[in-house]
Design a protein around this ligand. Structure first.
Ligand SMILES: [Zn+2]
Length: 248
């Protein structure tokens, strides 16, 4: 899995509501987003709902409940899994067009509030930060809000050149390489300087974004499943990890 240095921890905090404190306990960047695990000082369901509302507003992304879990169990006070609004349930009729909501975005988040009274827990955050948020922030559509890598928008000429590469059959990766090769040829020793300027030499992430959000939607809109998020959430952390490892 290729990692993208453009994403970093600060992208996570840019979209975190200020109403609650957050510790980032895990972060993994991918080309088109990242997986992050956070601990928050949220202690009940109402606060969790408030947080999700604030988070949606701040990140300009929206979520719907995807899965519910039993509440008030010995280990878990509250747990819910949410999916991006740009993802309808499997089997839902496909909506086509530029404003299609059903574009199978696989971004999701899981909120778990653990029971703070758990005995023998080795979870150091349990007492003050009982809420765990697993964030799979990999959207396959433009997210206009904060939380994206900082770069100036490439010029229209650059965009047209890259769209032409796509129409010649290039993938985002080969288009990126070919585009950079052309710049090297054109600018020679100046290339290193040009490469710093995202208006002339966009990031690879931008190539992906243009490919999936503009080119692919326009040209191959139909019924293929060609839109994939990079990387699977590989969060093997479960809500009761702190218990299972302790010995009796
Ligand atoms: Zn999404």
């Amino acid at each position: 899995m290729e990692e993208n240095p453009d994403w970093n921890e600060s992208n996570v905090f840019e979209i975190m509501p200020e109403s609650y404190k957050a510790h980032l306990t895990s972060f993994r960047p991918y080309l088109r987003g990242y997986n992050a695990i956070l601990r928050l000082n949220i202690t009940n369901k109402i606060e969790a709902d408030d947080w999700l509302k604030d988070f949606s507003e701040k990140s300009l992304t929206s979520y719907r409940v995807d899965r519910t879990f039993p509440e008030n169990t010995p280990k878990v006070l509250f747990k819910k899994e949410y999916r991006c609004l740009h993802n309808s349930k499997p089997g839902a009729p496909k909506i086509k067009g530029p404003h299609a909501k059903n574009n199978a975005c696989r971004a999701k988040l899981t909120i778990t509030i653990k029971q703070r009274g758990m005995k023998r827990s080795k979870d150091k955050y349990l007492k003050d930060f009982p809420c765990e948020v697993i964030l799979r922030y990999i959207h396959n559509h433009p997210v206009d809000g904060k939380g994206g890598p900082k770069q100036k928008r490439p010029s229209k000429d650059v965009e047209d050149d890259v769209l032409e590469l796509f129409s010649k059959g290039h993938s985002p990766t080969t288009a990126y390489e070919s585009f950079r090769d052309n710049l090297k040829e054109r600018y020679g020793a100046e290339f290193d300087k040009i490469a710093q300027d995202t208006t002339k030499c966009p990031t690879q992430q931008w190539f992906y974004s243009l490919y999936y959000n503009t080119y692919k939607r326009k040209h191959l809109e139909a019924n293929d499943d060609g839109i994939h998020c990079q990387g699977d959430a590989n969060n093997d952390k479960e809500d009761d990890d702190s218990m299972s490892s302790s010995t009796e």
